[in-house]
Design a protein around this ligand. Structure first.
Ligand code: 9EZ
Length: 315
């Protein structure tokens, strides 16, 4: 059986497929038409976030049985089309949660202590002390929106620096949120109480644009907002206004409405914004974790029919 790996995958994952006796082709950066040719004769397709698994691509597949996403987000896969075609789609949730939680915590420290502005100033020959007086995290309230794998780890990190941790997630009971290390609160309470509010929910119909002028206005004045989840959960125009007015003291974004961010984006002119280019899962450890997990899951499915972390159930 043949495996096509169409986005970069850590070598440890490629090796597992080979050890399991699969024929493996690694070909990244293909145009849609090239991919439609390359998919012929392929039983398992391995992707990250770049390859678009469209209905058009699936229609060109002949023996495809499984699409495996090395990572969590499936924004780039037409899941209903895969289901209709009898192709199972699986991801590797949890494997990059630690990486994402640590990045969020890093952004929280960067905001609290002006690390990015300090770096830029020193490099420009400035020695800004008064402008860069910081805030300690100890005793502050960390609000976590989304108490899944990432939110849970961030709760531990926040607790470790002696923050008060509160969490909101409509998909978990109050007891579950408590067991995950946060005081369960309503969304309005999360907005009103958090000194630092970090977002860890998928982008869905309910969460797209959730942080807009109305919700930003409900946040505690001078709070900090961190989005290492998905672009578009925060409305960037509204965030710019809230940063300009001082309603929000600072924001950290790892994800954006449009990626890569256009160089003329209004966001980039705010001194109170720190940002990274979608680095949440981008650690050596997480990339090995997701590659090994996706290779093991797909090998198992193709050999035994047993599906772990499937997100659909084709007949
Ligand atoms: C929905 C959510 C958060 C949310 C949390 C999780 C899938 N999902 N969606 C609406 N885990 C806030 C508002």
């Amino acid at each position: 059986m043949k495996i096509l790996i169409s986005d970069p995958l850590a070598a440890q994952g490629v090796q597992i497929f080979k050890d399991q006796g699969f024929e493996v082709e690694v070909k990244t950066g293909m145009k849609p038409d090239e991919l439609k040719q390359a998919i012929k004769g392929v039983h398992g397709l391995v992707i990250r976030s770049a390859t678009k698994v469209t209905a058009d691509l699936l229609a060109a597949a002949d023996v495809l049985k499984v699409v495996g996403r090395a990572g969590t987000g499936l924004d780039n896969v037409d899941i209903p089309a895969a289901t209709a075609k009898g192709v199972i789609v699986m991801n590797t949730p949890g494997q990059n949660s630690n990486a994402a939680a640590e990045l969020a915590m890093g952004h929280i420290f960067a905001l609290a202590r002006h690390i990015a502005r300090g770096t830029r100033g020193v490099k420009e020959g400035k020695w800004e002390k008064k402008q860069l007086r910081g805030t300690e995290l100890k005793g502050k309230t960390l609000g976590i929106l989304g108490m899944g794998n990432i939110g849970r780890i961030l709760a531990e990190l926040g607790t470790g620096v002696k923050m008060k941790v509160i969490g909101y997630d409509p998909y978990f009971s109050a007891e579950d949120i408590k067991a995950r290390g946060a005081e369960p609160v309503s969304l309005d309470e999360l907005l009103a109480r958090a000194d630092f509010l970090s977002i860890h929910v998928p982008k869905t119909k309910e969460t797209a644009g959730l942080f807009n002028a109305a919700t930003l206005a409900k946040m505690k004045k001078g709070a900090y907002l961190i989005n290492c989840a998905r672009g578009g959960i925060v409305k960037e125009e509204d965030l710019c206004d809230a940063l300009t007015s001082g309603q929000i003291a600072g924001a950290a974004l790892d994800v954006f409405e449009v990626e890569p961010v256009p160089a003329d984006s209004r966001l980039l002119f705010s001194d109170d914004l720190v940002c990274t280019p979608h680095l949440g899962a981008n650690t050596h450890e997480a990339q090995v974790n997701v590659a090994v997990a996706v290779a093991n899951q797909m090998s198992k499915y193709l050999k035994t029919g047993e599906a772990e972390f499937a997100v659909n159930a084709p007949k």
